[in-house]
Design a binder for this molecule. Structure first.
Ligand code: HEC
Length: 151
């Protein structure tokens, strides 16, 4: 049985449905080209797999390779960041702490948008309140995103 997650969890995965929709080859004639965002409950993934977490929670906006070109991107006011250029943008060094903080809180004043979901509370719900599970998820996601960096 699926757990009922509080509001934060449904907000966070608002784009998964879009991901599924846009993989269809034929679009209904009356549908505009801009995808609509639908909110669905956050699916469970193992905290131990950064890749599984990325695909389930991030790729719809940021794209499978992190380039900010996920299927939900056109529906957002602010384009999703290109996560493959984080090292390049930070002078060649992967900004681990910044990424972890962005995933947990997404409230860096430099970004100041609410289009990027705040994942800390969502992950906490999924882990039954276990902070160490939240940190494991954030750490593995951060490591996975490091593998997407442009060489
Ligand atoms: C609903 C779409 C959406 C989803 C889903 C999403 N993001 Fe984002 N993300 C954004 C947007 C939009 C921005 C840019 C925010 C801004 O500039 O204010 C962003 C920014 C970021 C940044 C900041 C990059 C920088 O240059 O500082 C990181 C890191 C990030 N996202 C990671 C993630 C991770 C990890 C996930 C999955 C757990 C995720 N995002 C899921 C939309 C999304």
């Amino acid at each position: 049985m699926k757990r009922i997650l509080p509001i934060a969890a449904t907000v966070a995965v608002l784009s998964l449905f879009v991901a599924a929709q846009t993989t269809k080859t034929t679009a209904p004639a009356d549908t505009a080209s801009t995808p609509k965002i639908h909110q669905v409950p956050a699916p469970q993934t193992p905290a131990s797999s950064g890749e599984a977490n990325y695909k389930a929670y991030c790729a719809a906006c940021h794209g499978a390779a992190g380039k900010g070109d996920g299927p939900a991107a056109p529906a957002l006011k602010i384009p999703p960041a290109d996560l493959s250029r984080l090292s390049a943008n930070a002078g060649g060094k992967y900004p681990t702490m910044h990424i972890q903080e962005m995933i947990r809180n997404a409230d860096s004043p430099a970004h100041g948008s609410k289009d990027m979901p705040i994942w800390g509370p969502v992950f906490r719900n999924m882990s039954g309140g276990s902070q160490s599970q939240v940190e494991l998820r954030v750490a593995n996601l951060t490591k996975y995103i490091e593998t997407l960096q442009a060489k």
